[in-house]
Design a protein around this ligand. Structure first.
Ligand code: GLU
Length: 471
C-alpha cells in the first residue's frame, strides 16, 4: 500500500512551498488509495518555535489535508514526533557502528575549522582512522562529548531513480561523512528521515528538491541497515520571479498571510496545486476531491514555478462568485469590522453590491473607502464628458434632487427618471449627478439608487445638502 508523509519542522508559519509538498503527498496517497501521514521533525531544538506545531495541525485541518496518522490522531507507527523517538535513532546508530557504517567522532569545533581553513571541503575521517571502538566507548563512558558520523565509502558511485528527475548518480568521494547523532543525543535530519521513513513504512518520499543531492547518502544508510529504499519524488522550488525563491522574509509566502489578505482556503489550495503540477486536461479550477482523482506524477514539473498573485486572485474570484449571499456576508464580516466607517450600515445589502466585484476579501477596503472619503471629494467629478454634466448643472439640479429624495425616497429610481423627462435632461445626466452628489466617487459598487438604498434616506439627504454647499 502506498504510504506518503508530510514531515515539516515546526519553525514558524506554514509557507506555500511546505503546503504544496503536503498537498502533493496527500494527493499521491489518496489517488493510490493509500495513507497519508504527518510527522513532526523537531530535532533541531534551536529552530523550534512555540505554537508552530499547533499551526501545522490547524492548517492541515482547515485545508482538508486530512492525515490518517499523526501526532494528534495517533496510528500504529507512532510516536510521530521526532523528539519522542530519541532512543530509536540511537539504537540504529549503534547498529551502524557495529557494522562499520558509522563511527564515533570527538573532533572539536577548533579542529574542524582548522582543517577547513587548510582547504578541506569535508570531514577527513580522522576519528574513524585514529580512535578504536574500545577507546571511543571508554571516552564516552568518561563523559566526553561525541557525535556519530556516517561512514561513506571513499570510492565508487551511488545512484537512484527519482520519479520526477530520473537517474541521480554521485561519486561517493563527493559525499561527506555527515553527523547522524549530534552531541546533544538528538539525530540530525540526515539520519532521522531515514529511520522514520523506514519504520513508518513510507513507500514514496515527496519533498523539496534541496534534498535531491543528499538522498544518495540516505540510500547508503538504507542499504547498510538492510532496508528497502523508498521511491523519491523531489519538487522544484516555487519562485517569486526568475531569480528569487519565494521566501518567508517577503512576508507573503505563508498560508496565514493569504487568509488574512482575504483569499479563500479552497482557492489557495487550488492555486498551490498548480505551482508545479497540471492535470492532463489542463483544467485550472479544481476542488480537492477533483485533484485527488486527477493527480499524477506525469503532470509534475521538472522546472521551478513562478508564484503569480494576479492569477491566484483570479482563481479566488471564481470561488468568491460561487459563494451564496449568506456565505459571502458571513465571510466578509470580519473584514468589514476593520473599517470604522462601515459601522451601522446595512452590511447585508452592502454585501449584495460588493459580491460580484470582490476578487479577494481585502478588496472590501478599496471598494468601500469612498464612503469614508465623502467629505473631501472634488466637485470636478460632476464633470462628465459622456453626459455633458458639470458642477454648474449639478448646482442647478441638486435642490430638485433634494426635494425628490424627501418626498419620493421609496420610489427614487422612477422619480429620478420622470424628473429627467419633465425637465428635459437625459436620464444618465440625472443619475450621474445624483450618484456623485451622494457618494463623491465616480466608481461605486452600484448605481445611483443602489447607493441611495445603501445610505438610507437621512444620510442621502445629508450628503445631498453637503454637496450642494460645496458648489
Ligand atoms: N523537515 C524537513 C523540512 O521541513 C522535511 C524534509 C522531508 O520531507 O524529508 O524541510
Amino acid at each position: 500500500m502506498v504510504r506518503t508523509r508530510f514531515a515539516p519542522s515546526p519553525t514558524g508559519f506554514l509557507h506555500v512551498g511546505g503546503l504544496r509538498t503536503a498537498l502533493y503527498a496527500y494527493l499521491y496517497a489518496k489517488k493510490a488509495g493509500g495513507k497519508f501521514i504527518l510527522r513532526i521533525e523537531d530535532t533541531d531544538l534551536e529552530r523550534t518555535v512555540p505554537g508552530a506545531v499547533e499551526l501545522i495541525y490547524r492548517t492541515m485541518h482547515e485545508t482538508g489535508l486530512v492525515y490518517d496518522e499523526g501526532p494528534d490522531v495517533g496510528g500504529e507507527f507512532g510516536p510521530y514526533v521526532q523528539t519522542e523517538r530519541k532512543e530509536i535513532y540511537l539504537e540504529y546508530a549503534r547498529k551502524l557502528i557495529e557494522s562499520g557504517d558509522a563511527y564515533y567522532c570527538f573532533c572539536t569545533r577548533e579542529r574542524l575549522s582548522d582543517i577547513h581553513d587548510k582547504g578541506a571541503t569535508k570531514y577527513d575521517k580522522h576519528c574513524l582512522h585514529t580512535v578504536s571502538r574500545e577507546e571511543a566507548e571508554k571516552r564516552i563512558a568518561a563523559g566526553e562529548k561525541y557525535v556519530i558520523r556516517q561512514n561513506i565509502p571513499e570510492k565508487g558511485t551511488t545512484s537512484y531513480v527519482d520519479l520526477v528527475f530520473g537517474e541521480i548518480k554521485v561519486d561517493c568521494a563527493d559525499l561527506e561523512d555527515n553527523i547522524l547523532i549530534k552531541s546533544d543525543g538528538y539525530p540530525t535530519y540526515n539520519f532521522a528521515n531515514v529511520v522514520d521513513d523506514h519504520l513508518m513504512g513510507i513507500t514514496h518520499v515527496i519533498r523539496g528538491v534541496e534534498y535531491l543531492s543528499s538522498t544518495p547518502k540516505y540510500n547508503l544508510l538504507y542499504d547498510a541497515l538492510g532496508w528497502e529504499r523508498p521511491q523519491y519524488i523531489h519538487l522544484q522550488p516555487i519562485m517569486r520571479d526568475a531569480h528569487q525563491k519565494l521566501s518567508k522574509r517577503h512576508g507573503d509566502a505563508n498560508y496565514e498571510d493569504f487568509i488574512a489578505k482575504g483569499f479563500l482556503k479552497d482557492a489557495i489550495v487550488n492555486y498551490i496545486a498548480l505551482l508545479g503540477w497540471s492535470p492532463k486536461d489542463n483544467r485550472e479550477k479544481m476542488t480537492l476531491a477533483e485533484m485527488e482523482e486527477l493527480f499524477s506524477l506525469d503532470g509534475v514539473s521538472k522546472s521551478a514555478s513562478i508564484f503569480d498573485e494576479t492569477k491566484m486572485r483570479w482563481l479566488n474570484s471564481l470561488y468568491v462568485k460561487e459563494m451564496s449571499e449568506e456565505q459571502f456576508y458571513n465571510y466578509a464580516l470580519p473584514f468589514y469590522a476593520q473599517y470604522k466607517y462601515l459601522e451601522g450600515m446595512d452590511l447585508k445589502y452592502l454585501s449584495t453590491l460588493l459580491h460580484s466585484r470582490t476578487e479577494v476579501f481585502s478588496d472590501l477596503g478599496k471598494l468601500t473607502e469612498f464612503i469614508a472619503d465623502f467629505d473631501n471629494f472634488d466637485v470636478s467629478l460632476f464633470q462628465n464628458q459622456k453626459w455633458k454634466t458639470d458642477s454648474a448643472l449639478a448646482a442647478k439640479m441638486l435642490p430638485e434632487l433634494i426635494k425628490l429624495t424627501e418626498t419620493n425616497f421609496e420610489n427614487l429610481h422612477d422619480s429620478l427618471v420622470s424628473y429627467a423627462e419633465g425637465a428635459g435632461y437625459k436620464k444618465g445626466q440625472v443619475l450621474w449627478i445624483f450618484r456623485i452628489a451622494i457618494t463623491g466617487s465616480a466608481s461605486t459598487p452600484g448605481g445611483a439608487t443602489e447607493m441611495a438604498t445603501l445610505f438610507g434616506k437621512e444620510e442621502c439627504l445629508r450628503r445631498l445638502e453637503r454637496s450642494l454647499k460645496k458648489l
